[in-house]
Structure formats: structure tokens, C-alpha cells
Design a protein around this ligand. Sequence first.
Ligand code: KG4
Ligand code: ZN
Length: 405
Amino acid sequence: MKILAIETSCDDTGIAILDASNTGDFNVLSNVISSQIEIHKQYGGVFPAMAKREHQRNLVPVLIQALKEAELLKTQNPKPKSQPNSKSQTIKNILEREPELLKKIVPFFKKYQKPDIDFIAVTNGPGLEPCLWVGVNLARVLSYFWNVPIIATNHVESHILINLLPISVIPGLTRNPETLDSRFRGNDNRVKFPAIALVVSGGHTQIILVKDIGDYQILGETRDDAAGECFDKAAKILGLDYPGGPVISKLVEKIYGCPTSVNLPRPMINTKDYDFSFSGLKTAILYHHQKQKKTIQKNKQYIADMCAEIQQAIIDVLIKKTIQAAKDYNAKTIILGGGVSANHELKTQLLIKLHDELPKTEFLFPEIDHSTDNGLMTAITGYFHRDKRIDWKDLNADANLRIGE
Ligand code: KG4
Ligand code: ZN
């Protein structure tokens, strides 16, 4: 079956096409992402109204590219003179709030044939509401025009399930060899449950008990800022670029930042729950930075040391709570997901800790390109929920959608 997947929950416009067999063999036909980093850089974070407008502009070119790469883009033959009026009115109604998308989709429908796809998977939450609606409305209009069903997917679940895709080996980091040997290709019965998932991104920080694929329970989460958001805000305080996570981690590596020369708090590290709080850390970073003289604030080594300590403070709390949850729930697997899972130090330190404290627990983490938002993760979740097809008329975006509820 061929799945066309759409992801627009934040500032990445992603469309992927996945060919999946009923036995779970995955063949990725395309995974196109258009990043808006350059646009949001000037604000030091994502500007939702701007992100919505960019999604409207990007979606059709990204769709064309994804279909082209999958060899599914075929022009109409012979070219129809005009669109049947009955359909164009409904298209206008569906895209009433996405005028820029409407302008691009009408010529697309005129020019190209319906591709050979079986269903559309789309992220309908959680995320930034204006952004989610653009993707959802594209899915609705494609579903209506092509007469193919829709599967609504949860973005947090997609950050977990992207781990069901085989990965190439990451230098310096190997997974449990047993896992590598029995690499499942979308075959859910090879994942050992129960699992503990740590989903860490710009919008979410959650520890989730995964009893099975589709059976989840949130054990803990951040009470304020997400871990990725903390990286982003810290970078802004230090005068660094957005997104803060990759900028901070690269700086630490490049200039050998030393975490011990600054002392930042590890909020909630000793609480007996699985919750987090990162806004206090952000405030501590701000106060510490404001106390420095102007010359120090611009000093490269000082910045690198601050970055190292910020990264370490975040990692310490994430690892402590994840290992605790894994022990408490006898987890057979730990699954890492979300943009912050791109962080090499986080993966390395979690791997070492697991080796020392839970050597039998397997560790899954996504390939670096699949850590941040992309359409492929949506396609995989769509695959596992392929029986839950819904009519385009019943589909809504839900910014506060919660996994397992
Ligand atoms: O999953 P994602 O692409 O979007 C959301 O669902 O929020 O995550 C984006 C977040 C940003 O906050 C970014 O700073 C963070 O992931 N991030 C990283 C790294 N790469 C991206 N954080 C730490 N280290 C990284 N290497
Ligand atoms: Zn995400």
C-alpha cells in the first residue's frame, strides 16, 4: 500500500510517500522537507502566523517534489479544458482559510493526474493550531478530489514510531547488537514491550509508557517549557541563532565547552515523579548571563562553557527520569524521539547509563534526519493505524491532542 503523508505541526513542511507491505516491509519512496528556519531565525523562535503562511506556500511544491521522487507524478492526458464546477466549489469551501494554498492547488489538480496512492496520513495534533490546519486542509482537499481515505495521526506518537524504521549505523553509537540483528522492518512484534519512550522536542517533553503500538500512557511531562524550547530560549539569551539545540551542541563540540565552570540548576531532578520543569533553568541562565561583564558575555570560551553546562543540565534531568521510569516499569526497550533526540551527547550518555544500570534494556533512537519533524514519521504512524480511516468531512486539527487519551 502506498501512503502519502503530510506533516505541518510546527515550522517544517513535510510530505513523504511510503510503500508498505501488509507484512510490514517499508520502502521509502520520498521524504521531502522544506524548513522555515531562515524565516524564524530573526524572531528566535517559531512565529505561528508566519509559519502558517509558509506552509501554504510550500505545500504544493513539496507535494510535487515528493510525487516526482516517488515516480508518481503524471500529467493529465489529455489535458481537461476546465475543472468541473461541482468540485471547484467544494475545493474553495475546504480551503476558505488557506487562500495561498487554494491558489496553488487548483492548477495542480488541473495539471496532474490522481497518483496511485491508497490513503493519506496527516498530523492533526498536537502542534501549533494554525499550522496544523494547513496540513489537515490539504489532506481534506486531496481526499475529496482524489477520493482516497484519510488517517489522522498524533505527532508525538509519530516521534515514537519513526523508530520502527531500520537505521544505518551512527558512528560512535551502536544500538544493542541484539536489536540490530532482529531489526524489524515495521514489524511491530519484534519491539519488546513494555517500552518507555522519551519524546523531547520544541513543543513536548514527555515520558510515555508504551504497552504496545497504539497503547500508551503518559507517565510524566514538562510543567512549563519543553526541553527543545529551553535550548532555543537559552540560545536567544546568549545571542546565538535559532534553533538553539543544534547551535548549542555544535558550539560545545567545536570550542570544547566545559560544563563544570558554570553551575546551573537541574530542576526537579530529585522529585519522585516523571515530570520536568525547564523554565527555572532558563531564568537561571538569564540571571547568570546578565551578571557577566559585556566583555565576558562576548567571550567565545565563556559562551561555549555556558552551552556545555546548559546542555548537561537538560541531559541530566532527562536521563535520570527516563532511567527511573524504565526501572519502575521493567521496560524492555527505551525509545527516544523528537528534535532533541538529534543531540549526540544525550544519546551517548543515555546509552552509557543503560549499559551500566539496565544492560538488558534495548535502546532505539532515530536516525538524525528523522529526529526533527518530517513526513515519513507521519506515514509510519498512518501505516500502523491503517484501519482507522475517516471521512474528510470529519477531520479536524487538535492543537492539544494527547497520546493515549
Ligand atoms: O521535533 P521537532 O522538529 O519539532 C517539534 O515537534 O517541536 O523539534 C525541534 C526542536 C528544537 O527546539 C531544536 O532546538 C531541537 O529540537 N533540536 C535539538 C537538536 N536538534 C534539534 N536540541 C538539542 N540538540 C540537537 N542537536
Ligand atoms: Zn516534532
